[in-house]
Structure formats: C-alpha cells, structure tokens
Write a protein that binds this ligand. Structure first.
Ligand SMILES: Nc1nc2c(ncn2[C@@H]2O[C@H](COP(=O)(O)OP(=O)(O)OP(=O)(O)O)[C@@H](O)[C@H]2O)c(=O)[nH]1
Ligand SMILES: [Mg+2]
Length: 561
C-alpha cells in the first residue's frame, strides 16, 4: 500500500506560496471524503476532518487581511514581555507570580473593527483587545498593519484551564511564535507535546530564544545550536530560530522583522490551513489506504450466496412440488379415464404450498399478506448457511480494504437481512413456475383415452343389449365379427386394453416431462432468488465499495499540494 501523504510529509516547502483556490479545492476534497464515509467509519476518527472543514470555512470567510500570530510558551518565558515590547505599551501584565497570564490578550495593528469578527471567533474577550495604531506613530507601524498578536497563557501551566485555552487557540491562529528561555528551552513538555505535534506546520512556525541577555554572549551560539538540534529532532528542520531580549528594543529587531515579513506575505492563514489539511490527511491515510477493491463482489462467494438463498427460500421443496404437480396434473389429463376421477381427489402438491401465490405486484391485495406461501420456513441450518454465505460475500469483497472498512462492508451485507425472508417468499410466490398451460400432448392423449373408452362403453352397451334381448326371448342382434371375435367384445376389451396401454405408455413420458418442468422451474426460481440477493445483499455491499473508492480518491485529491 503506497502512502499517499508521503510526498507531503517529506517535502520541506519553506516559503512556498499557497494558492487560495488550490487550498479551497483540497478542503472540498476533505468535504467529499466526509460525505463518502458518512456512517461507514467510526465518527471518532473523523472529528479532526470535521473540525478542519468547519474551521477552515470560517477562517477563510473572515478577514484575510489580518494575520493572527500567537506567542506561546512555558510560564515565565517572556511571552507577555515580548507582547508588550512589540506593542510598545504595557498591555498584558508581566508579573513575578507565576503563571501570570490567564486569558489571551490581543493587540491589533490597524483598525480594530476589521479584526473584531476574527477575535470574536478566536474567542478573545473585548476587554482584552487593544489597538496598536495611533496617529502619532502610524508610519512606524505600517509594516505591521494587519497583524493580530495574541499573548497566550502558559501551556505547561499548573492551571488546567490555561492549558485547555492554549490548545484551543493553537488550533485557530495563523502562525505560532514559540517562546523559550535559556533555562527551559530543552523541557520535554514543549518538545514532545507541542513542537513535535506542529511539524506539519513548519512554514507557520517560528521559535525564539528569549531572555538572551541572561546568557553570556559566548554561550548564546552554543545554546542556539543545541536548540536547533532539538528542533530538528522534533521534525522542525528549517524553521526560523531567533534570539530575543524583551527588555531591550535592540533585542526585538529580528522578531519584529520576521513578523513584518509574515504580515506582508499574507500567506500565514493559508499556510496554516494547508498544514491542517496535511495533518488531517495523514491521520486518515491509514484509515483509507490506497486499495483498489474489485468493483463487484467475488463470483464464487456470490454463487455460494445464491445457493444459500435458494435453500432458505425453500427452492428445493418448491421444485420437488413442481415435479409432483406435473405428474399429478399430467396423470389426471392422460391417465386411464376409469381411474381419473379417483386421481382428482388427491390434493395438488403445488396448491398445498399455495403456489402460485401473490404476483409480486403491489396492487395485488394478496401482496399485503406476510406469509404469501406455505413453503416451509428455513431450518436453523439453512439460516446459518445463509448467514455464513453473506459473511463470505462481505469478507471477500473487503479483502483488500484497510482495517476500518470490513466492518462497514459486513454491516452493509447484513443490513437488509431482516427483510430477506419476506422478499424471498414474495419472489417464490411471484415466479411463474411454468405449469400454467396444459400441454397440447396431454389433450391429444386425453382425447385418445376418451375415444377408446367410448369404444369400450359402446361395446359394453352393445353386449348388454344383446344379453337383454336374449333374456327377453326377443330376436337377437346380428353381431358383426372381426376375424373370430364379435365386434362388441372387441370394442369392449380393445377399448379397455387400449386405455390401459395408452396410460402405460404415457407414464414414462410424463415422468421425463415432469423432470424437465422441475429443471425449468428451478432455473426460473434460482434467477429470481439471485435477483433478491442482488438487491438485498450485493447492492448494499457495492455501495460501500463505491464509497470506499470515492473516499480514497477524495483523500488523494486532498493530499495534493
Ligand atoms: N532579563 C530578561 N528578563 C525578561 C525577559 N523577558 C521577560 N523577562 C522577565 O521574565 C519574567 C516573566 O515574564 P512574562 O512576560 O510575565 O512571562 P510570560 O511568559 O508571560 O509568563 P506567564 O504569563 O506566566 O505565562 C518577568 O519578570 C519579565 O520581566 C528578557 O528578555 N530578559
Ligand atoms: Mg504572560
């Protein structure tokens, strides 16, 4: 399985410009992904993608003229001092008691009105919003026009609320300036819990080593080297690293210049969102992979399913009844007329199953009956065979899919299991079993049977009349002779014998035709039952496979920078 986000992860993009349209297309791809997997993958796995789509949509709709930069770091690293130094005003209290800053403070360069919606969304209280552009120093500050600087609480705080607030804000801002100090720059918390997590946001990350004045000048390069090495380990190779001294304006030049460049480029918001898309796509990669599932469920599994469905639907019982019914009806039509009436008294095997039943036509009142036929219910063994066959279809269909999908495929395959018995029964009831018309040859043989029987009756009548005349002493009939045999006797015996002979000759033909009728009915039923399998089992599976393919393609589009 190739890793579709691999390219994104490896490339260091530096100051590559982000095309807003391309970013919007990537976000649309994430949206398409979410639509494709809706209800199929665990919701918990999709939270970051939903959050991204929602946040990105809002951020892009809000001011693109402003760049929101957060100062983040451990308590006492000097965030508020840097904030105040940049604003050249004491806006955020700097204290000795730690932690000092409990809620985010914002300073806007330029008119506050334009930034207010942005700050409402970010959640900075109005009383903690300040404006840094006055008429007096407007010229000095134009380079920072559009900057919204945030002073965050400490992320390693003993106050849980501070950490939650920082985590929330770090998800919303366009760029982060990580502030570390010479004492705590190597602390595990900042590296493991924060900097490493931000490695996909390298192009909106800046690290400053504050309180540089506290280090002997000769030590500073060594500490910066050490910090650079740690940043490389964090996956932040290439991010700008500066030293600052908040208490000395000369120590702020580098940071100020970096912020001016960020504001001038007006790319940070787009880069941040692009980094968010990278993070989300990388998180989903394992969930989706790049498998190419067969567009349709496997043939042999489908054959197994059809066999199991036929068993559960009672197809063998029905086809057996078709053969018997054929023999029953053909026997009644072609048998020896003397015993035909007796045959008719025996019940027709198909009628016993109430077949043919309702037609499958919703307008047919019999359709509303739950038990449309009296075909025996599936046995426990047939039911479990059906369950296994459905499972096999799902397993084979999902064989190449990543771990998150087989469950969705299995659920889809079983999604209409409860409706199957009725659907199968209706299908059996609505299938033309091919016994509707009486074959011509039945009528021909039946006609012959009547003729020979008529001959026998005529012969019998003739003989009876002869006896009667003789008994009454009346003149006898003149019996014509056929060879040595009187014609009435020949008619009677010949008629009876011919009837028996025709019935005997018809019997094997009936048996053969009954087997053909059974085979024909079996074929029709199997086709119909397969159609039920298609509609109730395979179609839902195919929908999930289609959703998978859509999700995979969408994620690939979202990964494309
Ligand atoms: N010498 C020196 N002291 C500094 C510098 N920056 C900050 N300080 C001092 O360090 C202490 C902490 O500074 P703050 O700005 O409150 O630190 P913070 O990061 O905002 O701390 P919290 O609000 O608690 O998260 C203060 O006493 C500052 O005066 C610096 O560059 N050099
Ligand atoms: Mg502070």
């Amino acid at each position: 399985m190739t890793n579709i986000t691999g390219r994104v992860r490896e490339a260091f993009r530096g100051d590559q410009r982000i095309d807003p349209d391309a970013l919007i297309a990537r976000l649309d791809a994430v949206r398409r992904f979410l639509t494709a997997v809706d209800g199929l993958l665990p919701d918990a796995d999709l939270v970051p993608a939903h959050t991204l789509v929602e946040r990105a949509g809002t951020r892009l709709a809000l001011s693109r003229d402003h760049t929101v930069v957060a100062l983040a770091g451990a308590t006492g690293s000097g965030k508020s001092s840097l904030f105040n130094a940049l604003a050249q005003l004491e806006l955020s209290p700097v204290g000795v008691r730690r932690p000092t800053t409990g809620v985010a403070h914002a300073c806007v360069w330029g008119p506050l009105e334009g930034a207010n919606h942005l700050l409402d969304w970010i959640g900075v209280l109005p009383r903690h919003r300040f404006v840094r552009e006055s008429a007096l120093d407007a010229d000095d500050e134009t380079a920072l026009h559009g900057l919204v600087l945030l002073d965050l609480p400490d992320f390693d705080s003993v106050q849980r609320s501070h950490r939650l607030e920082v985590d929330r804000l770090l998800g919303l801002v366009d760029q982060v300036v990580w502030v570390v100090d010479p004492q705590k720059y190597a602390d595990r918390v900042i590296h493991d819990s924060y900097l490493r997590e931000f490695h996909r946001h390298r192009d909106v990350t800046l690290v400053v080593l504050n309180q540089a004045d506290r280090l002997p000048p000769a030590e500073l390069p060594r500490v910066l080297d050490d910090l650079r090495r740690l940043l490389d380990t964090d996956g932040l190779t290439g991010v700008p690293l500066l030293s600052t001294t908040a208490i000395d304006p000369a120590g702020m030049v580098g940071l100020r210049g970096a912020l001016e460049r960020t504001v001038a480029e007006r790319q940070a918001a787009l880069r941040r969102l692009a980094g968010d898309v990278d993070t989300v796509v990388a998180g989903l990669d394992e969930l989706v992979g790049s498998a190419r599932p067969a567009g349709r469920p496997d043939d042999s599994a489908v054959d197994g399913l059809n066999r199991a469905l036929a068993g559960a639907a009672g197809v063998p019982a029905v086809t057996e009844a078709v053969e018997q019914a054929y023999r029953h009806r053909a026997g009644a039509a072609t048998g020896w007329p003397v015993v035909r009436g007796w045959r008719r008294l025996r019940p027709d095997p198909l009628r016993r199953l109430h077949l043919p039943g309702p037609t499958g036509d919703p307008a047919d009142p019999a359709e509303s009956l739950v038990a449309a036929t009296s075909v025996p219910d599936p046995t426990a063994a047939q039911r479990s065979a059906l369950g296994l066959a459905i499972r096999a279809v799902a397993d084979r269909a999902a064989v190449d899919l990543p771990a998150a999908w087989p469950d969705a495929v299995t659920s889809a395959a079983r999604s209409r299991l409860g409706d199957l018995p009725d659907a199968l029964d209706r299908t059996i009831a609505g299938t033309d079993l091919g016994l509707g018309r009486r074959p011509l040859w039945w009528r021909a043989v039946g006609g012959v049977q009547w003729l020979v029987t008529l001959a026998a009756v005529v012969g019998l009548g003739w003989l009876v009349l002869g006896y009667a005349l003789r008994a009454l002493g009346l003149p006898e009939l003149d019996n014509p002779m056929v060879g040595q045999v009187p014609l009435p006797t020949l008619l009677l015996l010949g008629g009876l014998l011919a009837g028996l002979l025709v019935a005997a000759l018809a019997r094997p033909v009936v048996r053969w035709a009954a087997r053909r009728a059974r085979a024909r009915a079996e074929q029709r039923l199997t086709e119909k039952v397969a159609r039920v399998g298609e509609e109730y089992v395979l179609a839902p599976v195919r929908i999930v496979l289609g959703s998978y393919a859509q999700a995979r393609d969408a994620l690939r589009d979202a990964a494309r920078r």
